[in-house]
Design a binder for this molecule. Structure first.
Ligand code: NAD
Length: 392
């Protein structure tokens, strides 16, 4: 079985789906690897490095698709509205596609990919169970994003982060507020702490408080009724507008006292809640910075513009997109490790053996034999459940 790794085509994407260190693991599972020439270059991985680990280098994208039985991508066709469709003519029946597919966010694109006859696996559908932790690419990318958010904030802030006692006087530490403490929020807290900021954090899920404290940050207590704020999967539930209004009122003081606010609040399947109004921005000190990691999902700040940095009321508001892509070397390394663990879980003796009794297989297989098979994606497309479509 040949695993093919084409170059990523999403605009400005520098990551790659597989790094050289993963090649021997795939070979051990009975697979060969073919990488498209130059695919890893922008992430810091040369063709020679892949070759050294046993991969072959395909001279063109067409060659890689023609030779490979399984295609590893990071930004899959559905997640790549600009150029993803260019690969539709390259996929073929019997081939398998692995990557972020935006299966629920862009089910129409998935349906088109399904029509090529390829089996499609969506890594964003990975169940968040202990057994699948090594395959959890959403967590990997959130980790990279949380780190990068702090780097963005630190370089935009006209202050230094750490406390410094100098002959020229004392520099007081920057005050950072993190709103939303999922995987990226936790990484933002620890990164900001490491470079010396005084950090506080808030999340609607009260279970998070202990984690915030264990990282040496302060938990902002807001007198909000958050009893049922967490669903069975550990995600936040959507709240009504009255809740968010009250949250904004209560958070205004914590926001005003901060030099940096990093927002990551997200409710699965919804646009991001607006937690910082223009009035709250105006209440911050001049030179303060907001980094809105929810920018791609609508933004947690009312003034955020995705992909842009704006200044309003003297406050810099950064709405970054593709934040994990800012650190392509390590983001690729983590993704590669996730996709390899996932793929080798599905491969037995050099061939894909799908056991649909297995939750990891069942939840991540989104299309096969020409049709979309995942119940949630079918629902998103308005299709009736496929009685036996997911059966082997
Ligand atoms: P996410 O990206 O869905 O959301 C980010 C954070 O925003 C969440 O913590 C959420 O509670 C918070 N949020 C939502 N609305 C908010 C509001 N109004 N105000 C403040 N915060 C708000 O989250 P995620 O990073 O995907 O993590 C979700 C959960 O999954 C967490 O409990 C995490 O620990 C858990 N998880 C479990 C595993 C596992 O393998 N068991 C792996 C990764 C994550």
């Amino acid at each position: 079985m040949i695993v093919g790794v084409p170059r990523e085509t999403f605009p400005n994407e520098r990551r790659v789906a597989l790094v050289p260190a993963s090649v021997p693991l795939l070979m051990k599972a009975g697979c060969n690897v073919m990488i498209e020439q130059g695919a890893g270059y922008l992430a810091g991985y040369t063709d020679a490095a892949y070759h050294e680990k046993g991969a072959t280098v395909g001279t063109s994208r067409d060659v890689v698709f023609a030779e490979a039985d399984a295609i590893f991508q990071l930004v899959g066709t559905g997640a790549n509205p600009t150029r993803g469709a260019e690969d539709l003519g390259r996929f073929r029946p019997g081939q398998a596609a692995f990557g972020f597919q935006r299966a629920l966010g862009n089910p129409e694109a998935l349906q088109e990919l399904a029509r090529t006859g390829a089996s499609v696996f969506a890594i964003e559908m990975m169940p968040r169970i202990t057994r699948a932790q090594s395959m959890d690419a959403l967590s990997s990318m959130s980790t990279a994003a949380g780190y990068s958010a702090v780097m963005l904030a630190a370089s935009a802030l006209p202050k230094m982060f750490p406390l410094m006692m100098t002959a020229a006087g004392t520099i007081s530490p920057a005050r950072v507020l993190v709103v939303g403490v999922g995987v990226s929020g936790l990484q933002a807290i620890s990164t900001a702490r490491r470079i010396g900021a005084v950090v506080s954090a808030y999340d609607v899920r009260p279970a998070v408080k202990e984690q915030v404290l264990s990282l040496g940050a302060r938990f902002v207590e807001l007198p909000l009724e958050t009893g049922a704020s967490e669903d069975a999967g550990g995600y936040a539930r959507a709240e009504d507008e009255a809740f968010y209004r009250r949250q904004r009122e209560l958070m205004a003081k914590a926001v005003a006292e901060s030099d940096v606010v990093i927002t990551t609040a997200n409710v699965p399947g919804r646009v991001a809640p607006v937690l910082i109004t223009e009035g709250m921005v105006a209440g911050m000190g001049p030179g303060s910075v907001i980094v809105d990691l929810a920018a791609e999902r609508g933004g947690n700040c009312a003034l955020t513009r995705a992909g842009e940095t704006t200044v309003a009321h003297g406050v810099t508001i950064i709405g970054p997109v593709n934040v994990p892509g800012m650190v392509p070397f390590h983001a690729s390394q983590m993704y590669s490790s996730n996709v390899t663990a996932w793929f080798t879980h599905l491969v037995k003796e050099g061939a894909l053996k799908l056991d649909l009794a297995d939750e990891i297989t069942r939840e991540t297989l989104v299309a096969r034999d020409g049709q979309v098979v995942h119940p949630k994606v079918r629902e998103a497309l308005g299709l009736a459940p496929a009685a036996d479509a997911q059966s082997a």
